[in-house]
Design a protein around this ligand. Sequence first.
Ligand SMILES: [Zn+2]
Length: 506
Amino acid sequence: MRHRGLLAVGLGALTLALAAPVGASPPPSPSTSSPPAPTTTSPAPTTSTTPTPAAPTTTPATGAVPGPSSPGSAPPSLDTTTTTAPPDLVPPRLRVRVTHPHFSPNGDRVREKVFLALHADEAVTVDITIRNAANTARKVLHLTLGPGDQTVTWGGRIQRANGSWGRAADGDYTVKLVARDAAGNKTKKLRTVTVDTRPPSFAWTGITPDPWGATGAVTYSFVSHDASPPLSVQGTASSRVGLIDRSSRVSRPQGAVRLAWRPDEPDGSVLLPGNYFGAVRVTDDAGNALTSPFRAYRVDRPVSSVAVRRADGAGNRVAVTFDDCNDGAAWSSILGTLRAYGAGGTFFCPGDQVYAHPAQAQATVAAGHSVGSHSNGHAQLTRLSYGEVAGRLAIDKAAWWSVARATPTPYFRPPYGSYNSTVLAAAGDQGFRYTVIWDVDPTDYASPGAGVIASRVLGAVRPGSIVLLHVKGQTAAALPTILSGLRARGLQPVTLAQLFAANGWR
Ligand SMILES: [Zn+2]
């Protein structure tokens, strides 16, 4: 029968947790009915053998009681030197296992300690010296061990040359262990542990293919370095409205990393065409994590286009939309008013106007508004061939991507609201899931005056409305009245992406 004792001894910043058989042979007398206390701060003999005096501690800053000096009921020949016993010339066997050499003692409760699992084949004293590479900071501790197992933890406190104690700086630390048996035979072991409290570095390389067809895999490429490889990597895909999907966690060496995966819609279906945003969470082996900045990418694939006029299931939300984008000053004014009112908007711009007003196009995307295609050249599309319509929509997609790293898909508004089956087929094949018409039209293009525009909008708008406006001076002047009037009616002006998401459309 083995008699196990469990001792936890605090040594300053060091904690020894002892769960070791203290008697390798049956104890000479039956143990008492009450087991030894599970934790104690004084040496607690758990066998009938007399404990040897506590080993002198030379750890300067702790001054605490040394580890339990319980050699156990080791064979008498090892305990005492007799003239009849043969000399012990065999050094002790000491096994040292560092389960996780990278740790981060920064107080965030993730990998705060490093664990040294020790095993000796006979009773030994062990001197442990932890020091930094420059040997300007160290920690010394002494313990008695076994035979058996004992785990030593280090929480990252260290004593500097001037005598002060503090958290060990980031870097590698050498752990030297010297085990001595009763006969004075020595065994030495060296291990390295790493204090790393810094998260990995991160730099995007790209997201490919561009555009992505949403079948097969999309690849997030980036460069990440860290003192504690390997890295645990998880990708996310978000839309303008929120998180869409996450990849599984994978382990990668540091350096150039490629994460290939296939984000899907939350219901498992293939992603719709449109804007998506990749991000990566990178966690090092010491538990320090970094979340990357978002990187925009686009999904493009053929879909069938449906014409929509309003969103009945979107609660109190409405979409205020602005067409044509041909007046830079009005466009800037509208953006400023939307920002001042905390309102979302949507801009349907022909590609030539995106190229003509890059600053406004970029500011629109940066503010999180929705953007759509209005067909390059603003033609009456029902008079054009399938190929001509498709070509004008393709120009809009290229314009938004090259100017603002955005795609107008899946939103398309035909000039004059006029479309036929050919226009719908071309729009769908170009990735425009929604051909967006409207249910409120104040005819602001005829310049009836800002007051008239505002009163017409506010007289007709209702929950779920899509309001047709244009990027014009009078409309810009009417916008503060429109937005405050919507609020007064309990209506929330949001982007088309938000309106559709609230309506259950993607
Ligand atoms: Zn127009």
